[in-house]
Design a protein around this ligand. Structure first.
Ligand code: UN1
Length: 496
């Protein structure tokens, strides 16, 4: 195998080594013998330099007209399109999901880049009549300054683009720290922006472990906002680190999403929805359908068909086009899966299929696990409450729509939910009464598009939404502007 390439940090428009002189390897989870690159293990000093560079660049970038910023984004989008296949392949190698999905991931980044480029000409505010004569008033969006972006490994280009593109179009500069498991896809996104002509210091890219460099990224007084996607546990530490200085945070965290299958559901659709919601991305989506709440009248038929489909899924290296499910991202993630299977058994749930790590033949080199389904799961069991982030689905029986909704709402999370029914009234009731940020009718819990708000309720998020115009509300702040052109002191103005 050729020597792996050494990748650097991108600070102030230069590709530089970490001052720590330490590095880490980017490993293929489908074949851990394969090293995809060597990345910088940055330290606090690197972060400080990156923040200073972003702060300096902000002085000019905030004054670049938004439609001009948009031109750079459009060019970046074109470069991503040209390189989509290569980037998808590299993504499959670095994090394991199948090519079809990594193509979708790069496409989502392309879509978001174009969408936000369009927003360069659409950052509308409001004008409204004043109470006083000869006075004009309006609201304008203002950039915030330096933003920290901390992104996860499961959507290694799409999710960074959800943060980076709105941040840039609003006129902010950024420090971008990707997950240590997927620095290559993040690097590819930054390279596209660099080649598209992003001015130096506007994007600063820095790799390394959150434990080591998280503190200055979250606590520096020069950082105005921290946008984070990842686990609820880490999100809480971000929230706590930012609270004393009232720094803005945008947090997208865990999920325990449910598909509700009613007795009038189209069975084949519901089964396919549960398969891809549960096992797509090896169950490692925050939108994954890890619970399927099924009406007792059709429980047996649904369970039989679902289990049969799950057993037939082909697990393997995502570069093989016949493979349907790749590996877990890491040994520790796989261990979490194995632990939860034990927990499920101990709780008295019925293991219907799967339950084992795959170790034969080529599987021995990766973090592979069988698609796993538990039946007879109680809604309060840990496997029905806690996010596993792996290929494990819990089937929970129910007697009615009302009960399904109650079970659906009965976790600490609230990202996505879905219902399979042919009754439009039931669909609307479920849409209204489920407390989630996203809802699907006759589709799985996954597949959000870039132009609607993305995010969740409860402990999934902190009230903000990404994507769509909602993202502009995260990355800009309103200023209310009053212009008095009466040429005199209007008495009512000082009485107000
Ligand atoms: C995530 O799992 O973190 O809606 C994001 C979806 C994808 C994005 C998922 N478009 O499933």
């Amino acid at each position: 195998m050729p020597e792996p390439k050494i990748y650097k940090n991108y600070i102030n428009g230069e590709w530089v080594d970490s001052v720590s002189k330490r590095t880490f390897e980017n490993i293929n989870p489908a074949d851990t013998r394969e090293v995809l690159g060597i990345f910088q293990k940055s330290n606090e000093q690197d972060v400080k330099t990156a923040i200073a560079s972003a702060k300096e660049a902000y002085k000019k970038w905030r004054l670049v007209p938004a439609p001009k910023r948009a031109e750079i984004l459009f060019k970046a989008g074109e470069l991503l399109i040209k390189r989509k296949e290569d980037y998808a392949k590299q993504m499959t190698q670095e994090m394991g999901k199948v090519l079809k999905e990594t193509r979708g991931d790069v496409q989502e980044a392309i879509d978001m880049t174009y969408y936000m480029a369009g927003e360069g000409r659409r950052q509308f505010g409001q004008t409204t009549p004043s109470e006083l004569p000869n006075k004009f008033m309006m609201s304008v969006r203002m950039p915030m300054g330096v933003c920290t972006l901390i992104t996860p490994w499961n959507f290694p280009m799409a999710i960074p683009s959800w943060k980076l593109m709105p941040a840039l179009i609003c006129g902010n500069t950024v420090i971008f720290k990707p997950a240590t498991d997927t620095p290559l896809s993040a690097y590819n996104l930054v390279r596209a922006c660099e080649e598209a002509g992003i001015p130096k210091g506007v994007i600063n890219f820095i790799t390394g472990s959150g434990g080591e460099i998280g503190d200055p990224l979250m606590k520096s007084p020069d950082v105005k906002l921290v946008s984070f996607t990842g686990s609820t546990a880490v999100g809480r530490t971000v929230s706590e680190a930012c609270a004393p200085s009232f720094k803005h945070t945008n947090l997208e965290m865990g999920g325990k999403n449910a598909i509700m299958v009613m007795d009038d559901a189209k069975m084949d659709l519901a089964v396919e929805g549960a398969i891809w919601g549960g096992f797509g991305t090896t169950g490692q989506r925050c939108t994954a359908a890890s619970r399927v709440i099924v009406h007792k009248k059709i429980l047996k038929q649904f369970t039989d068909e679902f289990v049969e489909r799950a057993k037939a899924l082909k697990v393997g290296n995502g570069l093989d086009s016949s493979v349907e499910m790749g590996p877990s991202i890491s040994e520790s993630q796989l261990n979490t899966v194995i632990e939860y299977i034990k927990i499920g058994k101990d709780e008295g749930a019925k293991l219907l299929c799967g339950g084992n790590r795959l170790t034969s033949g080529n599987y021995q080199y990766g973090y592979f696990h069988e698609p796993t389904i538990f039946g007879e799961v109680g809604p309060k069991m840990r496997i029905a409450q806690e996010e596993i982030f792996g290929p494990v689905v819990a089937i929970i029986p129910c007697d009615s729509l009302e009960q399904a909704i109650e079970i659906c709402n009965g976790t600490i999370y609230g990202l996505s939910a879905s219902i399979y029914t042919q009754d439009v009234n039931r669909a609307f009731v479920a849409m209204r009464d489920t407390y989630t940020g996203i809802f699907y009718v006759n589709a799985s819990t996954i597949g959000a598009e870039v132009h609607l708000p993305f995010g969740g309720t409860n402990q999934t998020g902190n009230g903000h939404r990404e994507a769509g115009t909602a993202a502009l509300d995260v990355f800009s702040e309103w200023k209310a502007l009053y212009v008095d052109f009466s040429g005199k002191l209007q008495k009512a103005q000082i009485d107000l």
